[in-house]
Design a protein. Structure first.
Length: 390
């Protein structure tokens, strides 16, 4: 293992009906909040009534910012920042999926920035020095944003979907109420599972440390669990047991635990997918699914031992056989899981033409340069991955 520091300041509260007690966590911290939501599902499911009722019970004044879309956009962040500033609101509460939580984080940080704007942070031109207290109540098991300091936002004007992070945008308290996820449609349930699994794959495959038995065991177990629970949720959407396991698994997938000690590493699949969803506005999990088997085939030429381990430990491939045979069977089995849960497993499944691959590679190169990945994932390399994923 390599040197690491692990500190996660987010308090997790898990349990059915806990969303109806949300106000108690803001009580004593903030007297007001901006309640950030998506396009209406929280109202339809009753989640809004539960959370709003609890805020009122504790005397927390709030204003609502609705309309956050999948692949959240900068203009909505800027709108939220203005609402916070005008109302002198003291905190931000996200009720929704990863897009809503990421928007809330950007608003909480942007509201306190001076001499720069929040997009400068995504461009690497500024850093977050403070943020309003952030609270989350996720309604989708996927992003893990409820227990990490990352956020992803798309700038509609430039066409770039970029990611950044800061210790200051870790939520103070996140309430995981599995009942809020039972109405999630089957396609987004599946996309959430793919996203969570990919969060585990990135450090598992790309971390440079050679000896990481603890991290490997955690990641492998969580990958298998999330894959199984995704299928279980699709079979029985109303099961709180399966929804709860899925929710907690997705949270653990990107809270820093499994990557601690694997060494500095990149998130190449997320890097490339951000360009795909920036250009074509596809659901993030669908884009990841379309990329992963192709990226695995590419990565097998770099570190075959990791792909072999994944194939055996996660996909259950019999270890007797050459590296190439085991790896290929592992990729085929993983692709089969994607198909079983109804997500794309190749780029062409998204309806993207092969003539668009150069545009995607060029767009992804922009984030690669900001992340310092351009030496490893140049435009040509990214194009190669896209071709193998097509």
């Amino acid at each position: 293992m390599e040197r690491f520091e692990f500190h996660n300041p987010t308090k997790i509260v898990y349990g059915t009906l806990e969303a109806s007690k949300m106000g108690q966590w803001l009580n004593g911290v903030a007297k007001s909040c901006l309640l950030v939501m998506g396009k209406g599902s929280a109202r339809k499911s009753g989640a809004f009534d539960r959370v709003a009722g609890s805020l009122k019970e504790y005397g927390i004044e709030f204003k609502v910012l609705e309309g956050v879309k999948s692949n959240p956009v900068l203009s909505k962040v800027e709108e939220g920042i203005e609402v916070v500033k005008r109302g002198h609101l003291e905190s931000v509460l996200a009720l929704g999926g990863g897009s809503v939580m990421d928007t809330a984080k950007a608003i909480a940080a942007g509201a306190l920035m001076e001499g720069a704007n929040i997009w400068d942070v995504f461009l690497g031109k500024a850093e977050i020095k403070a943020a309003l207290p952030i609270f989350t109540c996720p309604t989708l098991a996927a992003s893990g944003s409820e227990m990490n300091g990352y956020m992803v936002i798309t700038n509609e004007e430039t066409g770039h979907k970029l990611a950044t992070g800061s210790i200051h945008v870790y939520p103070s308290v996140s309430v995981l109420d599995p009942e809020l996820t039972v109405t999630v449609p089957k396609d987004y349930t599946a996309y959430g599972g793919v996203d969570a699994v990919c969060h585990l794959m990135e450090p598992y495959f790309n971390g440079p440390a050679k000896y990481t038995p603890v991290q490997d065991a955690l990641a492998e177990s969580l990958m298998k669990t999330i894959m199984n629970e995704t299928m279980a949720c699709l079979k029985d959407p109303s099961s709180l047991d399966h929804r709860g396991a899925m929710m907690w698994g997705a949270t653990l997938a990107l809270n820093g635990l499994t990557k601690a000690g694997v060494g500095e590493h990149h998130f190449p699949v997320h890097l490339i997918e951000h360009a795909i969803s920036a250009i074509f506005d596809v659901p993030h999990g669908a884009g990841l699914g379309a990329l992963l088997p192709g990226w695995m085939r590419f990565f097998a030429t770099k570190r075959p031992e990791r792909l072999r381990k994944f194939a055996i430990q996660v996909m259950g491939v019999h270890p007797h056989g050459s590296d190439e045979e085991v790896i290929q069977e592992g990729i085929i089995t993983f692709s089969g899981w994607l198909e079983k849960i109804g997500t794309p497993s190749r780029l062409k499944d998204l309806g993207i033409g092969k003539d668009s691959l150069s545009d995607i590679a060029h767009n992804a190169s922009f984030q690669a340069s900001i992340w310092g990945m351009d030496g490893v994932y140049s435009g040509d390399v990214i194009h190669t991955v896209l071709t193998m994923a097509y």
